[in-house]
Design a protein around this ligand. Structure first.
Ligand code: UDP
Length: 251
């Protein structure tokens, strides 16, 4: 779909991020699911932010199905919500300062409490909600810089978070900035996550649709059909796009 991604397993992704946390310079990290790829097809600034990102991970069952159809098998479902506790476990040694930005007022504070309880070795050096006005933005960026955060999770939803990370965090000493969508809503307990069997079967999206049908029906019902259509179109129009795709036999 024109957005290159890191086709890695969850544990390889964690290793990559740990490496990025040890290196100076900002590593911008995004997760792309089917909805993100639909958005990237018509929002140029989002597509550019994804193309400029240092790590892009394949999130969810839609991308996995597309990979199968296009002969580019996706190794793992590397989504932010599952990655977060594993990343916290990997950095639970006092070495990393974490800033939580986004969500409704009070939500990032609740995620901070979750981190403190489950991973006391991770220092949460700052939190801020995601509903600030444009004129307050420089204050938020300054708060991140003053906090000396190494890792910033930005939970504004796509595409705003990816564009914001690209445009706003360059001048800080942040090493890894990750766009995490609705992650804070889950870890704060604001929205319950789908049961494990649904997640394992690739049905988490149906649970989210059931929770917030008015907000999400367009994204999931129409979006999934559009994404499947775009995948099939690409399958027909671009034979042999990937190195590991079986060769097309000449007759
Ligand atoms: N959000 C925010 N500021 C905004 C709009 C949204 O902080 O101006 C937050 C919102 O509270 C939610 C997250 O961004 O926590 C987006 O969640 P969504 O479920 O849309 O993200 P997804 O995981 O589906 O990308």
């Amino acid at each position: 779909m024109g957005v290159p991604f890191d086709n890695v397993t969850m544990s390889e992704a964690i290793e990559q991020l740990q490496g990025d946390l040890e290196r100076p310079g900002l590593s911008r990290v995004a997760f792309v699911n089917a909805d993100c790829l639909n958005l990237a097809s018509h929002r140029a600034n989002y597509r550019e932010a994804l193309l400029e990102a240092d790590r892009v991970y394949a999130d969810g069952v839609g991308v996995k199905i597309a990979g199968r159809i296009l002969g580019c098998p996706v190794q793992d479902n590397v989504n932010g919500t599952d990655l977060f506790p594993q990343l916290c476990a990997a950095i639970d040694d006092g070495s990393t300062r974490l800033f939580l930005l986004g969500g409704k007022p009070g939500v990032a504070e609740a995620v901070k409490a979750w981190v403190k309880k489950h991973h006391p070795g991770v220092t949460v050096c700052g939190v801020h909600h995601g509903y600030f006005k444009e004129k307050e933005e420089s204050g938020v960026i300054r708060a991140i810089a003053i906090s000396e955060a190494d890792l910033v999770l930005v939970a504004f939803g796509a595409p705003r978070q990816e564009v914001w990370i690209r445009d706003s965090l360059r001048g800080t000493s942040v090493r890894v900035a990750i766009g995490v969508g609705g992650l804070f809503d889950f870890y704060s307990g604001r929205i319950p996550r789908a049961p494990k069997w649904m997640r394992r079967s690739g049905l988490e999206w149906t649970f989210r649709l059931y929770q917030e049908p008015r907000r999400l029906w367009r994204r999931y019902i129409i979006g999934n059909v559009v994404f499947l259509g775009r995948t099939l179109f690409r399958r027909v129009t671009t034979p042999s796009s990937f190195p590991n795709r079986p060769e097309v036999q000449e007759s």
